[in-house]
Design a protein. Structure first.
Length: 336
């Protein structure tokens, strides 16, 4: 069996450097770390990470909890988290809550039992006991995709209100007045709630009366978008445009409208939110609000590691920019 001496000889470094790469990789230059990792592979050198974590109380691992692994927007932020973490010598354990608070609570409990050093969470309940217990225990964690701008919790998110406002204003500039919203359920997504507020405020600012019948809360799925648009288009006075609170809902809505014989965007304009990659590969291509998911994940990981390393003691709140991306799914309102 290979020893640390064998690794040091092949990597042309001291055993102390090998130890630092294993225990505190952030203290070792990247090129040196790569050389040591290559030598460890050549030697098939293994070390007991679990025993080390008990001895040092450092597992160099943290947990990441997302609402769903099926939505590419969370895959993109997960990649940002993992890339930054791996660069700093940390591993990430991923959990999927399915927008269920009970599942989220169980994941937090399980990950803490696995000795993770911190957590990054996209939560379904800002007022639940999960966050309170983490705060009470002074356990490092960061909220991702968060709408909070103050308070005792570090957060990274976007201005969902402004994103909803911009999406609605784009449709108004296309001379639409019957603008509906297909929204993810407010009870499990404060992000959707804030996008709805932006939508409402934009209508008010442009002297368009808010019609509650044009709001439909639904799940964040393709099927929900398809079923939701059918209900909206069956209204006695249907909308000419729809703002969907994520791209999955929007893509489902596009298919549902086509099944009913509507032409896009001639008969109906649709705007999404997220700017997932497939938005540019559908017909028509999807107008949407883009949010920097990868950067959000990377920044969340950086803040968490600063909390873990005691380089950051106070909570920070980062709001990143969204932008409107105009494509083919929106056009001037019909009969105008």
């Amino acid at each position: 069996m290979s020893t640390i001496l064998d690794v040091a000889r092949i990597a042309h470094v001291s055993t102390a450097t090998i130890s630092r790469v294993i225990n505190s990789p952030e203290r070792v230059r990247l090129e040196t770390r790569k050389r040591v990792y290559r030598a460890m592979e050549v030697c098939r050198y293994k070390y007991n990470a679990l025993a080390r974590s008990f001895a040092t109380r450092r597992s160099h691992t943290f947990g990441l909890i997302v609402p769903t692994i099926t939505n590419p927007i969370f895959a993109e932020s997960t990649r940002g988290v993992q890339d930054f973490a791996n660069e700093k010598g940390y591993q990430v354990i991923l959990g999927n809550s399915d927008y269920q608070y009970e599942k989220e609570a169980k994941l937090v409990e399980t990950l803490r039992e696995r000795q993770v050093e911190g957590l990054i969470i996209t939560t379904t309940n800002l007022k639940g006991n999960i966050l309170k217990s983490l705060l009470d225990d002074d356990f490092p964690f960061v909220l991702l995709y968060s709408t909070l701008r103050k308070g005792p919790i570090s957060t990274v998110g976007v201005d969902n209100f402004l994103g909803g406002y911009r999406a609605t204003e784009h449709l108004i500039h296309q001379n639409h007045h019957r603008i509906a919203m297909l929204a993810g359920g407010f009870y499990f997504s404060d992000r959707s709630f804030h996008r709805w507020h932006g939508y409402k405020r934009c209508l008010k600012d442009h002297n368009i009366p808010y019609d509650p019948s044009l709001l439909l809360q639904t799940q964040y799925t393709l099927l929900s978008g398809r079923d939701g648009i059918r209900k909206l288009l069956s209204l006695k006075k249907p909308p000419t445009a729809v703002f969907c609170s994520n791209d999955f809902i929007a893509l489902g809505a596009m298919e549902g409208a086509r099944e009913l014989g509507f032409k896009l965007p001639e008969d109906l304009s649709i705007v999404g939110f997220d700017d997932i990659q497939i938005a540019t590969f559908v017909t028509p291509t999807l107008t949407t609000i883009s949010q920097p998911a990868y950067n959000m994940g990377s920044l969340g990981a950086e803040i968490l590691l600063d909390h873990i390393g005691k380089r950051l003691y106070k909570p920070v709140h980062k709001i990143l920019e969204t932008r409107l991306v105009v494509r083919e799914s929106t056009a001037i309102a019909p009969n105008t």
